[in-house]
Each structure stands twice: as structure tokens, then as C-alpha cells.
Design a protein around this ligand. Structure first.
Ligand SMILES: Cc1cc2nc3c(=O)[nH]c(=O)nc-3n(C[C@H](O)[C@H](O)[C@H](O)COP(=O)(O)OP(=O)(O)OC[C@H]3O[C@@H](n4cnc5c(N)ncnc54)[C@H](O)[C@@H]3O)c2cc1C
Length: 387
């Protein structure tokens, strides 16, 4: 196979990188994952997400991890409410009978990011992940990559796969193309013990998800298995809003003052998002890669997931990263290609084609979601979905 006697370095231990590591190890490849986090538990993993039949779930199944997934997913966590800025409910599927299950194309089981990451980490051979490996640059020496880490360490690899997310350090080695700002910004936070710390929103949430929409603004809330809730406050902002706002994002009072002005016509229930002293607020301007992007394939380096095709959150990002991993692992180990370069070219063409479709829908979605008709459009879209 193409990877015989080769060292593969996967940069980034997110869902895409870890899925690729597992799938390649199943085929006998020699793989290391270099992850900047200092250890497995140093960071609380983000919100719950759903895996899709044709992408995330397919990769989990091919990775031999469906039983582990079934033991960790959260039935009924996909229950959904859409409300307006006054928290009046416009769409609610809590009482709908669930008719789909594993094996059905429409079944999209929810899992928290932490357990998903653990399933993937536990499936890898010991010492596959090299923690505390924040990559700062790559140097090509003949046909080998020298990988340079922030902590002064170095490593060598024959093939590098950049799975290091939105601000990829590997991307500039593959392409000069840069992400552009989508026009919308999120303010992200988590509230521990939401029943105690945000009781009104907790009871509206009912263990599922809420989208609140109004005045071309959004608030998304989702319940996590540890009793906390994640939220994303979204609105249209300038690209430099984070700097220009002058807000110290470690100062909850300053953020609350901003929210009261920006969301002045919204109900007081949303102020509960700012009640808890341990909440850390992270502003995230949302970026995308250009939909017509294309680059010349190289023989021993490529990208997957957000590093390759960043988009604003659309419910597909983890799924697509895992599907990239599945495609790439199959292409590199199928025996159909005599050389790495055409194999990588074939993988990248598939990825570009998928991205055009997904990207158009996402940019469309950002447009309608942050329009004055966002709520109406959201309800219409949900009413068209199969049960
Ligand atoms: C607010 C928000 C909500 C979202 N909701 C959903 C959702 O509901 N469903 C969904 O499918 N997707 C969702 N997404 C998108 C999803 O998070 C991403 O598309 C997905 O995580 C991409 O996976 P990845 O493996 O490519 O990259 P990432 O998950 O970003 O993982 C990259 C990894 O690389 C590491 N890393 C980064 N830089 C370096 C470096 N220099 N050296 C070494 N390691 C490095 C990081 O620590 C991380 O572990 C959401 C995104 C956001 C921002």
C-alpha cells in the first residue's frame, strides 16, 4: 500500500484527525497525532452535535465504533424548539413520536463532543496522540517534513495531514487561500448546572435544543449530558467587532452591558445567560473558505475538515471532517493508486466538489437566518423536514 514504511503525521486531534488516525491504524499504517492541548482533559469539550447517516455515522461504523457510539449517544437530545425573542414557542417537536433509528437515513443521533472524542481516543493504539504538540511550522527536507513545535520539540514525517481546524498552521503550506469573514459573529458560553443557574431557560430547553430568533439576531442553546448548557449568541457584526467593541471578554459585567443594548427588545429570560460567575465568554467571528477554492495537489501533504473547508456552523462540520477522514483513509489504502500524488489529487477533488454544495447552502442559511424573516424561514425549513 501507499503508506507502507511511511510515517504519517496528523496535525490536530479533533474529530477529523482522530477518525483518520483510527481508520489508518485499522489498515496497519504508522500514525502519530500531534495535538496542541496539553493533555486529554485540559479543555472542556464543546456542545452536543448530531452525526449523520451518510457521513459521521458512516465513518464511525467503518471505524468499528458503532457499539461504543450507541453506548454514549443521547436519545431525545435532538428535541428542538424554535422561539421568538420573547421566548414564545413557534416550533416544538418534543411531543412528536420518533420513528427513526440506527440504519435509517434520517436518523441523526446526538452525542456530546467529549464522549465522541473519548470513543475515538480510546480506539487508538497507545501513545498515538502526542499531547502538548502545538505546531508552529513545517520545513521540507528532501521528501520528508520536519515539524516544529512551540515547546521546542521537533518530529519528522513522510506525510502530513493538516486536521488543525479553523486557524490551521498547515493550510498555508498547502495553499495561499485564506478564509474570509462571513458577516456574522458568535459569542459562545457554557452554564454549569443549568437547572440551578439558568432555571427559566433550562425549563424551556427541556433537555434538547432551542433556537431563538428575532431582529436579525439569534441565540442557540443546547443541553449537555453533564447538566450544563452551551449557548451561542449570534448577530451581524463588522469583521473587527471584537477589537472595536472595546469589551474585555473576561469581564461578565461589560458583556452584559453590551447584551442589554444589542438585545434591548429581547425578553429578560435571556439575561439568565449572564447569571453564572464561572461562565467564560468567547467571541467567535465566523469565517469561510471561498467556495471556488482549488489548489495544486502535493505528493505528501493535504488537509481535512475545517483546515480544508471552513464554514460557519451549519450542523455539518464534524460530519464532513469525519467523512473527509473516511475518504482519505480509503483512497490512501485502497491499492487503486500507484503514487501518493494522484491519490491526494483524487481525494481533494472529491472534497472540493462536496464543499461547493455545502458552502452554497451555508452562505444562503447565514443570509436568511440574519434577515428580518429569520424566524419564519427557520420554522418553514423545519416543517419541511422528515420526522
Ligand atoms: C459555535 C460552533 C458550533 C458548532 N456546532 C456544530 C454542530 O452542531 N455540528 C457539527 O457537525 N459541527 C458544528 N460546528 C463545526 C465543528 O465544530 C467543526 O466543523 C469541526 O470541529 C471540525 O473538525 P476538525 O477535526 O476539522 O477540527 P477541530 O474540531 O477544530 O479540531 C482541530 C484540532 O486541532 C488542534 N490544533 C489546532 N491548532 C493546532 C496546532 N497549531 N498544532 C497542533 N494542534 C492544533 C485543536 O486543539 C483541535 O483539537 C460548530 C462550530 C462552532 C464554532
Amino acid at each position: 500500500m501507499l503508506l507502507q514504511n511511511k510515517e504519517v503525521a496528523i496535525v490536530g486531534g479533533g474529530p477529523g484527525g482522530l477518525t483518520l488516525a483510527r481508520l489508518l491504524q485499522l489498515k496497519g499504517a504508522n500514525v502519530k497525532v500531534y495535538e496542541r492541548d496539553e493533555s486529554r482533559d485540559v479543555r472542556v469539550q464543546g456542545a452536543t452535535l448530531d452525526l449523520h447517516f451518510e457521513s459521521g455515522l458512516k465513518a464511525i461504523e467503518k471505524a468499528g465504533l458503532l457499539d461504543a457510539f450507541k453506548a454514549n449517544y443521547r436519545p431525545d437530545n435532538d428535541r428542538y424548539r424554535v422561539v421568538d425573542k420573547k421566548a414564545t414557542i413557534f416550533y416544538d417537536d418534543h411531543d412528536k413520536e420518533s420513528t427513526s433509528d440506527f440504519g435509517d437515513e434520517s436518523f441523526r443521533p446526538e452525542i456530546d463532543r467529549g464522549p465522541l472524542r473519548n470513543i475515538l481516543l480510546d480506539s487508538l493504539q497507545p501513545d498515538t496522540v502526542v499531547w502538548d504538540s502545538h505546531i508552529v511550522s513545517l520545513e521540507k527536507i528532501d521528501d520528508t517534513w520536519k515539524i516544529i513545535f512551540q515547546n521546542g520539540n521537533t518530529a519528522f514525517a513522510d506525510i502530513v495531514i493538516g486536521a488543525d481546524g479553523a486557524n490551521s498552521k498547515i493550510r498555508p503550506v498547502v495553499t495561499p487561500i485564506k478564509p474570509f469573514y462571513s458577516g456574522a459573529t458568535y459569542l459562545v458560553g457554557n452554564i454549569e448546572d443549568s437547572e440551578k443557574n439558568a432555571p427559566k431557560i433550562h425549563s424551556l430547553l427541556k433537555g434538547g435544543k432551542i433556537s431563538a430568533m428575532g431582529d436579525s439576531k439569534t441565540i442557540f442553546v443546547s443541553a449537555k449530558g453533564d447538566g450544563s448548557m452551551d449557548f451561542y449568541i449570534g448577530w451581524k457584526a463588522t469583521a473587527d467587532w471584537v477589537k472595536e467593541s472595546g469589551i474585555d471578554f473576561k469581564n461578565a459585567e461589560q458583556i452584559l452591558e453590551w447584551f442589554k443594548k444589542e438585545y434591548a427588545s429581547w425578553d429578560n429570560i435571556w439575561l439568565e445567560l449572564f447569571n453564572h460567575k464561572n461562565t467564560q465568554f468567547i467571541p467567535r467571528p465566523l469565517y469561510c473558505m471561498p467556495l471556488d477554492q482549488h489548489w495544486e495537489p502535493q505528493s505528501n501533504i493535504t488537509l481535512l475538515g475545517d483546515a480544508a473547508h471552513l464554514l460557519p456552523p451549519n450542523g455539518e462540520g464534524v460530519n464532513t471532517a469525519m467523512l473527509d477522514a473516511l475518504d482519505l483513509s480509503e483512497i490512501l489504502t485502497s491499492g487503486k493508486f500507484a503514487d501518493l500524488k494522484p491519490a491526494i489529487a483524487y481525494y481533494e477533488e472529491k472534497m472540493f466538489a462536496r464543499f461547493v454544495e455545502e458552502g452554497k447552502e451555508t452562505i444562503d442559511m447565514i443570509d436568511w437566518m440574519y434577515s428580518p424573516n429569520g424566524l419564519k424561514e427557520m420554522v418553514k425549513t423545519l416543517n419541511q423536514l422528515p420526522n
